[in-house]
Write a protein that binds this ligand. Structure first.
Ligand SMILES: [Zn+2]
Ligand SMILES: [Zn+2]
Length: 338
C-alpha cells in the first residue's frame, strides 16, 4: 500500500510502499478513501508534539470503509463494508480519572491518529473501535473527512457554548474551521458574524449564512461587535494569539471567547473587562466518536458542507503547503481512489 510518511521532525513528506497493517484484537482495518489536511498535522510534520515516534503517517480527518475487523470486535456493531470515519480523538484508555468520569476526550492517555499511531495519508490504517463513527448515506467520503476535525471542533464547541437561539456569535477567521463555524452557527439559529481580514470572503460568508461580515483590516471589529451589543460567543479559529487578544473587547457581558485555533503566541487578557463583565476565555478540544456521529447527522439535516480542494494522495506535500499558506478554499482533502 501507499503511505505518505514523515521520517523525522521537519523532514519532507515521503511516499513509500508499506505492508498493509493487520488490526489488533479490538481494532478494525480501514481502507481509506479520503483524508482532510488539518493545521495540526504540522505537529507531526514539524515534531511539535511530545513523544511522536518516527516514521509517522499524519492525518486525523479520515473517511473510508472497514476492511477487516479484529478478533474481539463485536460484530453486532461493526462489520466489514461499513463506511466509517476517524477524527482527532483516536482512542482512550478507559481507566484514567477522565475516562472513569466518562470524559473520554480529555483522557490522560488519549490517542490521536497521525500522532500516536499512523493516520490517514495512506491507503489503509488500523484504529480502535471507540474512535469510529458511521458515515450517513447522504455524505461522500470527501464530504465526511473534513467534518472529523474542522467540523466536529466548530460544531461541538458551538453547541456546548451556552449561546442561545438568536444570540450574537462571532466566528474569528474564515478558513477550514471558520467556513464551517459560520455555517453551523447560522444553522443552529445564532446571529452569525464572520470576521476576517480583507474583502475577499464577504460575499461567500453571507452565502454560508453569516448575518454580517466584518473586515478587520478596514473596520474596527471590537466596535462593530459592540454596536450589536457584543458577542455572547466568539469562536476563535484563527491560529493567532494576537488576533484573539485584539478581539476580546468585543465580548458581551457573560461573553465567552472559545479558543479552537492552535497558536504558540500567548493571549493578552485585559483584566478589568473580565472581572466587571464576567467574561471568560476557554478552549475546546474536538469531541469523541459520538460527537463525530452527531456532527455528521447535523450536517445532513442542515446541509452544512465543507468546501474542499481535492488532491490525490501523491500530491500530499502540495496540499499541505496550500493549507499552511492559509490560501486553501477552504479545506485541502486527499483522496486515494479506493
Ligand atoms: Zn483515559
Ligand atoms: Zn485537526
Amino acid at each position: 500500500m501507499r503511505s505518505v510518511q514523515i521520517s523525522k521532525p521537519k523532514g519532507p513528506f515521503e511516499i513509500v510502499e508499506r505492508g498493509i497493517p493487520e488490526p489488533g484484537p479490538t481494532q478494525v482495518r480501514i481502507k481509506i478513501q479520503a483524508c482532510g489536511i488539518c493545521h495540526s498535522d504540522s505537529f507531526t510534520k514539524e515534531g511539535l508534539f511530545p513523544g511522536i515516534q518516527y516514521p509517522r503517517v499524519p492525518g486525523h480527518e479520515i473517511a473510508g470503509v472497514i476492511d477487516v475487523i479484529g478478533k474481539n470486535v463485536s460484530t453486532a456493531q461493526w462489520k466489514a463494508g461499513q463506511r466509517v470515519v476517524v477524527g482527532w480523538h483516536g482512542g482512550h484508555c478507559g481507566y484514567c480519572e477522565s475516562c472513569r468520569r466518562g470524559d473520554f476526550v480529555t483522557c490522560r492517555y488519549g490517542q490521536v491518529p497521525g500522532i500516536s499511531y499512523d493516520g490517514g495519508y495512506a491507503d489503509y490504517m488500523v484504529a480502535p473501535t471507540e474512535a469510529l463513527a458511521i458515515i450517513p448515506d447522504e455524505l461522500s467520503a470527501t464530504d465526511a473527512a473534513p467534518l472529523m476535525c474542522a467540523g466536529i471542533t466548530t460544531y461541538n464547541a458551538l453547541r456546548n457554548s451556552g449561546a442561545r437561539v438568536g444570540d450574537v456569535v462571532a466566528i474569528l477567521g474564515i478558513g477550514g474551521l471558520g467556513h464551517l463555524g459560520v455555517q453551523f452557527a447560522a444553522k443552529m439559529g445564532f446571529k452569525a458574524i464572520a470576521i476576517a481580514r480583507g474583502k475577499d470572503e464577504e460575499e461567500l460568508v453571507k452565502k454560508l449564512g453569516a448575518s454580517q461580515y466584518i473586515d478587520s483590516r478596514s473596520q474596527n471589529a471590537v466596535e462593530e461587535l459592540n454596536r450589536l451589543g457584543g458577542a455572547k460567543v466568539i469562536l476563535a479559529t484563527v491560529p493567532s494569539g494576537k488576533a484573539m487578544s485584539e478581539i476580546l473587547g468585543g465580548l458581551a457581558v457573560n461573553g465567552k471567547l472559545i479558543v479552537i485555533g492552535a497558536s504558540d503566541e500567548p493571549i493578552q487578557v485585559p483584566l478589568p473587562i473580565f472581572i466587571q463583565g464576567r467574561r471568560s476565555l476557554v478552549g475546546w478540544p474536538s469531541g469523541t466518536s459520538i460527537d463525530s456521529q452527531d456532527t455528521l447527522s447535523f450536517s445532513v439535516l442542515s446541509g452544512v458542507r465543507s468546501m474542499n480542494e481535492v488532491f490525490p494522495l501523491e500530491r500530499a506535500a502540495e496540499a499541505y503547503e496550500l493549507m499552511m499558506s492559509g490560501r486553501a478554499r477552504f479545506r485541502s482533502v486527499l483522496t486515494t481512489g479506493n
